[in-house]
Design a protein around this ligand. Structure first.
Ligand SMILES: Cc1ncc(COP(=O)(O)O)c(C=O)c1O
Length: 381
C-alpha cells in the first residue's frame, strides 16, 4: 500500500507548470524584503491590521473563564479573508498576471478578492454555487459593486466544492494571464502553504497581544473550520507552544470530527467526506463558509498527530453562539465564527476558571442576519 503524506499536487498536466511557476515565485517573494514591506503596508494602512485582541468580559462571565476574541471581523471587508487576498493579488501582480479568478462560498473570500483586485487594478471573476448566490445575496451585490463578474455555478451541489471545480477548469485554460486566488488552506501545493503564511499574521499578532496583557499564553485556541485558514492562521504560530487547539466544524460538514476519510479532491490529499469509492458526498452546513466536504492538509496532520481536536456543532448551537455574542458583547458574528462561540458555550462545564481561551472571531455577521432571522423563526416557531 502507498503511504501518502497529506497535501501534494494531484492535478492534470496543464496545471503542473503554472503550479511550479507559482511555487518558484512564492519562494522568491516570501523572502523578498520589498514584497514583505509592500504587503505589510497594505495590511496596516488598508486592511486595518493589527486587529484588536478584545477581552470579552460578559461572555467570560457566562462561560466561567477568561475569553479573548481576535477581532478579524474588524478587518476591511469584514473577515480574515483579506489577509490572504491582498497577499495573493500582490504576488499575482509581481508575476505579471492581469486577471484574477476565485471561488467563494460565504462570499467573504469573493468580496475580499474583488476588493484586492480593484485596489491593484486587476480584472476579477468569481465562481459561486447557485445555492450560495441565493443565501449570500448581499455579498454577490458587493462583488459586483467592486467591479467583479460573479459566475453562478449550476453543477453538483451548487456550493463551494463545485465553485472550486469551475475555477480550476477556468485556470487550466487561462494560466498565461490569470492567477487563481484560492480562499483557504486547500488545493494543490503550494496553495495550502502559501495561504497559511498569509493568514499566520492572525496568530503572530494574537500571541504577542495576549502575552502583553496576560503575561502568559492561552490554554486554548478556538476557531471554526471550513477549509481551515482562520484556524491555521491562529494555530500555526503557536504550534510549538503548550496550547490546546480546537477546530469547530459545522454539523453537516463534519470532515475531521466525524465523517471524513483520507482521499483526493481539488488537487490535494486530505480528509474528505466521501463514499467507499471515493465519490464526494453532499454536505449541508448552515454557514456557507463551512459548507465544504474537506479540510486543508495541515489539519489532517494535526488530527492524526493529536495536535488539534475537532468538534462539530449543530445549527441550533451555532445560532445560540450568534445570539449570545450579539446580546452579551454587542458583536454580531459571522455565522461561521458563531460556531466557535457556540462551542465555548457548549463546553462551559469542561472549562474551569483557570482556562484562558483565545477565539478567532473570523468575520462579522451582516451578511447573515436575514438567514439567521429565518432560521430563528423556524426554530422558535
Ligand atoms: C467569516 C468566515 N469565517 C470562516 C470561514 C471558513 O473558512 P476558513 O476555514 O478557511 O477560515 C469563512 C469562509 O468563507 C468565512 O467567511
Amino acid at each position: 500500500m502507498i503511504q501518502r503524506t497529506f497535501g501534494g499536487r494531484f492535478v492534470p498536466e496543464t496545471l503542473c507548470t503554472p503550479l511550479m511557476e507559482l511555487e518558484e515565485a512564492w519562494e522568491f517573494y516570501r523572502q523578498d524584503l520589498n514584497f514583505q514591506r509592500d504587503l505589510r503596508h497594505l495590511l496596516t494602512t488598508y486592511a486595518g491590521r493589527p486587529t484588536p485582541l478584545y477581552y470579552a468580559r460578559r461572555l467570560s462571565g457566562e462561560v466561567g473563564c477568561r475569553v479573548y476574541l481576535k477581532r478579524e471581523d474588524l478587518c476591511h471587508t469584514g473577515s480574515h479573508k483579506i489577509n490572504n487576498t491582498l497577499g495573493q493579488c500582490l504576488l499575482a501582480k509581481k508575476m505579471g498576471k492581469t486577471r484574477i479568478i476565485a471561488e467563494t462560498g460565504a462570499g467573504q473570500h469573493g468580496v475580499a478578492t474583488a476588493t484586492a483586485a480593484a485596489l491593484l487594478g486587476l480584472e476579477c471573476v468569481v465562481y459561486m454555487g447557485v445555492q450560495d448566490v441565493k443565501r449570500q445575496a448581499l455579498n454577490v451585490f458587493r462583488m459586483e459593486l467592486l467591479g467583479a463578474q460573479v459566475i453562478p455555478v449550476e453543477g453538483g451541489s451548487q456550493t463551494l466544492k463545485d465553485a472550486i471545480n469551475d475555477a480550476l477548469r477556468d485556470w487550466a485554460s487561462s494560466v498565461d494571464t490569470t492567477h487563481y486566488v484560492i480562499g483557504s488552506v486547500v488545493g494543490p501545493h503550494p496553495f495550502p502553504e502559501m495561504v497559511k503564511d498569509f493568514q499566520s499574521v492572525i496568530g503572530k499578532e494574537a500571541r504577542e497581544q495576549i502575552l502583553e496583557v496576560e503575561r502568559c499564553l492561552p490554554t486554548h485556541c478556538v476557531a471554526c473550520v471550513g477549509g481551515g485558514s482562520n484556524a491555521l492562521g491562529l494555530f500555526y504560530p503557536m504550534e510549538k507552544d503548550p496550547v490546546k487547539f480546537i477546530g469547530v466544524e459545522a454539523a453537516g460538514a463534519e470532515t475531521l470530527s466525524l465523517r471524513g476519510e483520507p482521499g483526493v479532491l481539488h488537487g490535494f490529499y486530505s480528509y474528505f467526506i466521501q463514499d467507499p469509492w471515493g465519490q464526494i458526498l453532499p454536505t449541508d452546513a448552515i454557514a456557507a463558509g463551512l459548507d465544504y466536504p474537506g479540510v486543508g492538509p495541515q489539519h489532517s496532520i494535526y488530527k492524526e498527530k493529536g495536535r488539534a481536536k475537532y468538534y462539530n456543532l449543530s445549527p441550533g448551537k451555532a445560532l445560540e453562539g450568534f445570539s449570545v455574542l450579539a446580546r452579551l458583547e454587542g458583536i454580531i458574528p459571522a455565522l461561521e465564527s458563531a460556531h466557535a462561540i457556540g462551542w465555548l458555550l457548549d463546553q462551559r462545564d469542561e472549562l474551569d476558571s483557570s482556562s484562558l481561551v483565545l477565539v478567532c472571531l473570523s468575520g462579522r455577521g451582516d451578511k447573515d442576519v436575514q438567514l439567521v432571522k429565518e432560521a430563528l423563526e423556524a426554530y422558535h416557531g
